[in-house]
Unconditional design. Structure first.
Length: 99
């Protein structure tokens, strides 16, 4: 199951980050804290870790199909990590208090 971590954990981290990204900026604006960026970069680290977990499982597979799925899961995890990093950069550049 760890082989598919990039396909399961990474989209889940992106989903959680997107949902919290709709709620947390209101608190950031009122308190001046940076919880939005922290949430997004934590999700990016989680997605990258899931991709790395999938990559580590490539030596434990026997068939070419399983190895291909390991590569797909790794690519998915790193792709979601990249998207979350860009989302985190956007949270650092745009103030949540602007309406």
């Amino acid at each position: 199951m760890a082989r598919y971590g990039g396909l399961i954990i990474s989209p889940t981290a992106w989903l959680a980050s997107t949902h919290f990204g709709q709620i947390v900026p209101y608190g950031d604006c009122s308190s001046g804290a940076g919880w939005t960026a922290t949430t997004v970069f934590t999700a990016a680290a989680t997605a990258a870790g899931a991709g790395f977990l999938s990559w580590q499982q490539k030596s434990h597979v026997i068939s070419r199909t399983q190895r291909a799925m390991t590569y797909v899961a790794t690519f998915a995890g790193l792709s979601f990590a990249f998207a979350l990093t860009l989302q985190g950069a956007a949270t650092l550049l745009v103030s949540p208090c602007l309406h």
